[in-house]
Design a protein around this ligand. Sequence first.
Ligand code: GLN
Length: 446
Amino acid sequence: EATLKNIKETDKSIQAFLTVTESEALAAAEQLDNLSDDQRGGALFGMPIGIKDNIITQGIKTTCASKMLENFVPVYEGTVTEKVKENGMVVVGKLNMDEFAMGSTTEHSAFQKTLNPWDLTRVPGGSSGGSAAAVAAGEVLFSLGTDTGGSVRQPAAFCGVVGMKPTYGRVSRSGLVAFGSSLDQIGPITKTVEDNAMLLGAIAGADYRDASSSEKPVPDFKKSLTGDIKGLKVAVPARYLGEGVQPEVRNAVKKAIGVLESLGAHVDEVDLSYSRYAAPTYYVISSAEASSNLARFDGIRYGYHPADAKNLNEIYLRARSEGFGEEVKKRVLYGTYALSAGHHDDLYERAQRVRALIAQDFQSVFADYDVIVGPTSATNAYKLGETIKDPLTLYANDLLTTPVNLAGIPAISVPCGFAEGLPVGLQIIGNHFEEAMLYKVAHAYE
Ligand code: GLN
């Protein structure tokens, strides 16, 4: 009740929630209250959580912040929400985002703009802007976001909270509305590293409903929060602190690296040269996959249906032109172009080859180092409206987060000071299935 009351008050200004599931949450909490003491267990028991609105929730509207799915109510539960409920958590609502997770500011939501709790004239980042803002504003202590090219880490950085993009396959994608299937991962957003580690532990693991989910055992991530990083080998790619990075962001990250050194870590500069092609590579591959994934929204099977259309062609045409926003249409067009007969080799195939080089680059660094660190975002949070007219600059700003998704490896963003009064994120990147190592470093730093 206290959480719902707080959301009602706080969300008037933050606008993080698209749906508050008041009656369902109260009913779920009541059920938990009625359990006997020995049926209550785990640190997450009874904790309220908010869910990004591209993760389906049975019986609860799941819109992807799109007019296309404005009234869509899923008939089954997603794996991650099933798991948070098994852990006794209470889902209190669905969180705003860029439409179908395409964007970096949450301004591409068809319904509302979420504001950055640190400065209401700024964006919370995106696409999981609602998930990060809700935690930063203290509406919930836990939320889930999704990260295809940075959408958990960048809003976590902009809002001064902790966000983890797990290894591809660590968390089941069953129930996540697909954007770029070879890149998408669901990840936890919290205020502390410890909370984050607990939530990832709860949602991770193999799932027969997602063939790409990994059989690897899920360690007890909390055990790695020892504070001891003596002798750890840390690589800092020169490029990650180079040109284009806001000077105050660079200073904050350099200071954080100094802290790691003072804790006994060994820091070296390295070269990750193929990373500079990550943003264009990501936009070709993610748009290609999106154009295929979004083909299911045809006005017949799901969502928006122009009832007065006169024939099949008109249904398709109107459902997609009236149901999708501008950014989504743009991505579908890029993707269709990249996959078309005349450009497939030139764009899609070539991007796949560059993707392999980017992944190899990381492997050569991880042969000698435990983690790679740098900023999560090159700048602090943008002003509302500032980037709308300049999409190419905005795409280029994904240069520090997209390499990680292309390589399928994990990365966490933890708050590391301020740039002009706004939070900065330190990004810590690890090798496949090394989330425990990332939590160890992040916790020691925090
Ligand atoms: N900003 C990137 C994009 O617009 C990343 C989005 C994401 O991770 N979902 O595609």
